[in-house]
Design a protein around this ligand. Structure first.
Ligand code: HPA
Length: 271
């Protein structure tokens, strides 16, 4: 596993010596942000031997290296999901690669289903904590001591100062930023109404199929982490129509301008 990660890092280093400070992972419908930054280099996942290639429609697969303001960033335009059939170690490989390229901060974004009554479709939710107990831990297997400790704490996964920064920027951008706990499932099916009720009882405010495992490996490797969910729908089909991936993408794309502004102005301050 270590070899595979380091081999990807080496292949990238043969193409660019760019050192990012912030790693940004863009979720469903949010990928356009990567097209609007000052790009230095971009590398398609398929160019990297051993790198998992995303198969979901709407998830372009490439790293974009460049600047948001003065902040050097690497953006994952399209992520890899566990439900695509990859080993969990492959799902989190890109996060580890970005860390080894130099990124100190991980900025996670996703589309998620709202569980809490305080949320409605189109809301942006700042992640304050997460529940990953329904997916295998990405840290199972031999520990790479150079990367992090065997039993890392998951206390304050989402950095307090970064949370403050995002709240401040949300105010400036006139975004009514909600806050809550994200729960990750394996997917790919959406949740049944009974599951949504269960997750709500467990304390989850929103549910999605990514993010928590990426946060775990980033925390393990000592990154500072922040995350925002775009609430694209209410989980479990409280709407009249059955939930569809199209609906998820449509709402995410509708909110994208505000979302992009918030992400951009926050990252500008992370230099
Ligand atoms: N459930 C799980 N993942 C999701 C959802 C949902 O309702 N919406 C967007 N991603």
């Amino acid at each position: 596993m270590r070899k595979k990660v380091e081999n990807c890092v080496q292949q990238i280093r043969e193409k660019t010596d760019f050192v990012p400070k912030v790693a940004l992972i863009l979720g469903s419908g949010l990928g356009a942000l990567a097209d609007e930054i000052q790009v230095e280099v971009s590398i398609g996942y398929e160019e990297l031997e051993g790198f998992p290639v995303s198969t979901v429609a709407g998830h372009k697969g490439r790293f974009v290296f460049g600047y948001i303001g003065k902040t050097p960033v690497v953006i994952m335009q399209g992520r890899v999901h566990y439900y695509e059939g990859y080993a969990m170690s492959d799902v989190v490989l890109p996060t580890r690669v970005m860390r080894l390229l130099g990124a100190e901060i991980l900025f996670l974004t996703n589309a998620a289903g709202g569980i809490s009554e305080k949320l409605k479709p189109g809301d942006l939710m700042l992640l304050t904590d997460q529940i990953s107990s329904f997916v295998p831990s990405p840290l199972i297997g031999p520990n790479v001591d150079d990367w992090g400790e065997r039993f890392p704490s998951m206390d304050t996964i989402y950095d307090l100062q970064l949370r403050d920064l995002l709240r401040e920027e949300a105010k400036k951008c006139d975004v009514d930023l909600k806050e809550g706990i994200y729960l990750q499932t394996t997917g790919p099916c959406y949740e049944s109404p009974a599951e949504v009720r269960m997750f709500g009882m467990l304390g989850a405010d929103a549910v999605g199929m990514s993010t928590a495992v990426e946060a775990i490996v980033a925390r393990h490797m000592g990154m500072r982490i922040c995350g925002i969910s775009c609430i694209s729908n209410m989980a479990g089909g409280t709407a009249k129509e059955p939930l569809s991936h199209e609906e998820v993408k449509e709402v995410a794309e509708r909110v994208a301008p505000l979302f992009k502004q918030l992400v951009r102005s926050s990252i500008e301050r992370m230099c």
